[in-house]
Design a protein around this ligand. Sequence first.
Ligand SMILES: [Zn+2]
Length: 201
Amino acid sequence: MTAAGDAARARSLANARASAGAALADATKRAAQETAADRATTAAHPRIADVPSPVWTSPVTGSCRGSSTAGYPNGLIPRSALCPLWGASNHVLRSDATAAFNRLSQASAQEFSSPICVTDSYRTLAAQIDVKQSKPALAAIAGTSRHGLGIAVDLGCGVESAGSAQFTWLKRNAALYGWLHPAWAERQNGPFEPWHWEYTG
Ligand SMILES: [Zn+2]
């Protein structure tokens, strides 16, 4: 072992420590900015109920901020503008719909011990064309679905059955978070789709 080798190792260790310190400072700053942004979002949406003590440790909104979907045609919103759902991260919605849905899902988890089950969310134009071909009576005309705007979900684990405890709970609570079961999807208006819910803000 040489003195030169020792010096080089000491230098690289010091460099690694310095960059770890800088990364930590960056992360701390980002977290503070995100907390401030969360407060601003909550203040702007007083209808979204606070969940005082979430039973789940993962963040309600995560770090996803998405971006504006304005100007994008139905079903052609870039993935980078959308945010994943809590407990169903393979599903995405417009960022404001995601934040509200995640709070709703947290509240539901306090009642039913698990996040709301999601079977469908944002639907691309190509997927809308496929669904219309396979379920012509149930699917919207391709390019007009609220799934294509990133503001509709299809739900499972009980919600798909009207009269279930899960469906009844959602009917009672979803509006507190800006979500609803639209009138056209009610039994008397047909087609009856208890699983389909929309964000109205
Ligand atoms: Zn649907």
